[in-house]
Design a protein around this ligand. Structure first.
Ligand SMILES: [Fe+2]
Length: 575
């Protein structure tokens, strides 16, 4: 059975859920937000479509739900680019890497929600972070004037910036800033590729950022995740997404992912003593396999310790086409067309310690089994206390899905793929690992392969019980004292399964289902956060209008200037 058809056919909408089994605990609070790509047009690769933010309240009756019921809400993220698309859809050309237009590259912010204190952001890899209203979820502003980012990632006309960035900026609990990244495409010396820069956005001023290019670093990949410790910023080539110039010109894709990737550590003190725009020199490491996500323990007293979620033979540049056969020779299900090609090998999770002095990487623990296919996403305690001293790391494996692996992909990876390993479907599983050792502490299996388990989130227990703790901290921070919220997509309706984080193997303690068995479209990352209602005051925000320089406007045909100013006026009214 391929992935549920509802992933590509279910509409974005609001609905309510109720408890259908078990008992909902009273010491859970807050909400889980999810990022999702909409289905607005004819994009061949759906992960590039315009974003929506979805929100599940974990408190019955909250966010407008009837007493005893739980609210699911979904709101389109109306960036300036989306507002221009609404007015002139015919001007937006659908390519393998998303939309292009005479206005520039729209920010399709669709990959991850990022709660930061009392503020909420949405992110993606080809645009700036976007701030959303914590009550209405409506678009508020993009982060940082394009000039303060050092300009576009590649010269192009238009009033919408083109910025390669990260879907996972990270909030610094001590410096009160977000760390993220910019990739600049071009010729550096004799090397053509991407030069990464570290980017810092200070909480009080969203109108500008600071940026520092990494001296001597050029690569051909992507920068999906940013992580930090108290003293270091950690960047890496994710290794699982490569733009293929031949494919962009209409040819067949030939690029494949690497077997190892570079990792760069930059000391925060160095950034703080270097003016924005000036280069800094990182400490370089190499890691295998390529990864999607990695998370450092914030306390680096004993070294830079990172859980590295490997993506072995997971190539996110590949997507399923209507004419594709799957790896078993069957036509790909129409409901799977446009989704990414799923993992072609079991995946490795490993905890490592980077030593910037010796340049060595010390492996602490590694886990990989025949069934660890599609390590999709993980859940952890993001409170300051939790990231400083993590205890448990919860991981969702979606299982092997041969119906979502194309024969085309298998041919491209001939010699690297073991076809005997990807012929059969295998169950998904929610697993718990001990931080530090990566010892498997718990596993709950989903033997019905019609169940597509997706982005889990950790909800701490009894948040606010200790007045001396940080805002996101529960009773005992670290990842063991609280709940794992596990969404299960199925064509018979979405289920929200709630687990005791310390006892995942015991199965869900409560299950929610929509009142009318509603399904949801595909969602990407999720994040837990406390409930907030007011837009944070006393901060500067970027106005779209401020980027409309005479030069940028002149690069767009004059007949569309009225639409640009209409959008600028709409965006002014949001601030
Ligand atoms: Fe991600």
């Amino acid at each position: 059975m391929p992935t549920p058809r509802s992933l590509t056919t279910a509409p974005h909408r609001n609905f309510e859920l109720e408890v259908v089994s078990g008992a909902w605990p009273t010491d859970i609070s807050g909400e889980v937000t999810f990022a999702s790509a909409q289905n607005t047009g004819e994009l061949p690769h759906r992960i590039f479509d315009f974003g929506a933010i979805c929100r599940l309240s974990l408190e019955p009756g909250a966010r407008g739900a009837a007493p005893g019921r739980f609210a699911w809400q979904s709101v389109s993220i109306e960036t300036p680019g989306k507002r221009l698309f609404n007015r002139h859809p015919e001007l937006f050309a659908a390519g393998v890497l998303g939309y292009g237009s005479p206005f520039g590259a729209p920010n399709c912010s669709n990959t991850a929600p990022l709660p930061w204190g009392n503020r909420l952001y949405s992110t993606w890899d080809a645009g700036r972070p976007v701030e959303l209203h914590p009550e209405t979820l409506e678009f508020v502003a993009e982060v940082g004037h394009i000039d303060t980012w050092g300009g576009n990632s590649m010269d192009m006309p238009g009033v919408l910036p083109f910025l390669l960035s990260s879907a996972h900026p990270v909030a610094d609990p001590e410096r009160h800033c977000l760390w993220t990244v910019k990739g600049t495409l071009g010729l550096f010396g004799s090397d053509f590729g991407i030069q990464p820069s570290v980017v810092r956005y200070d909480r009080h001023d969203g109108s500008r950022v600071q940026h520092w290019p990494l001296e001597g670093v050029v690569f051909n990949g992507s920068l999906h995740t940013v992580s930090i410790t108290r003293d270091w910023v950690i960047l890496a080539d994710s290794g699982n997404f490569k733009a293929d110039p031949a494919e962009m010109m209409g040819g067949e894709r030939t690029a494949t992912i690497d077997s190892e990737v570079p990792v760069w550590l930059i000391r925060k003190e160095v950034l703080e003593s270097t003016p924005s725009g000036s280069p800094v020199t990182p400490v370089c490491f190499t890691m295998a396999p390529p990864n999607g996500h990695y998370y450092a323990k914030y306390d680096d007293t004993d070294g830079v310790s990172i859980v590295w979620e490997g993506m072995d033979l997971m190539d996110l540049g590949l997507y399923l086409r209507p004419d594709d056969l799957d790896v078993n020779g069957h036509p790909v299900d129409p409901g799977a067309v446009g989704l990414y090609n799923m993992a072609m090998a079991p995946e490795t999770i490993v905890e490592v310690v980077f030593d910037p002095e010796s340049g060595k990487v010390l492996e602490q623990g590694l886990f990989k089994q025949d069934w660890t296919f599609n390590l999709q996403l993980s859940a952890m305690d993001w409170s300051t206390e939790g990231i400083s001293h993590p205890t448990l790391h919860h991981v969702t494996y979606q299982g092997c899905r041969p119906g979502n692996i194309s024969a085309r992909a298998a041919a491209l990876y001939e010699g690297r793929i073991d076809l005997d390993q990807v012929r059969e479907e295998t169950p998904g599983a929610l697993c718990t690992f001990e931080r530090g050792s990566m010892e498997l502490k718990g596993r709950w299996e989903y033997p019905d392969t019609a169940d597509h388990i997706t982005s889990p989130a950790f909800a701490p227990r009894a948040v606010g019980a200790d007045a001396g703790s940080s805002a996101f901290a529960g009773r005992e921070p670290g990842g063991h004292d609280g709940y794992v919220v596990q969404p299960v997509c199925n064509d018979d309706g979405l289920r929200i399964e709630l687990f005791d984080a310390a006892a995942v193997s015991a199965g869900p303690i409560a299950v929610l289902k929509g009142m009318h068995n509603e399904c949801i479209p595909v969602v990407l990352h999720s994040a837990w956060g406390p409930q907030h209602h007011e837009l944070a005051g006393d901060v500067e925000r970027l106005h779209f209008r401020d980027e409309l320089s005479p030069e940028r406007l002149a690069s767009v045909p004059e007949e569309y200037h009225a639409s640009i100013f209409e959008v600028a006026e709409e965006c002014d009214a949001l601030l």
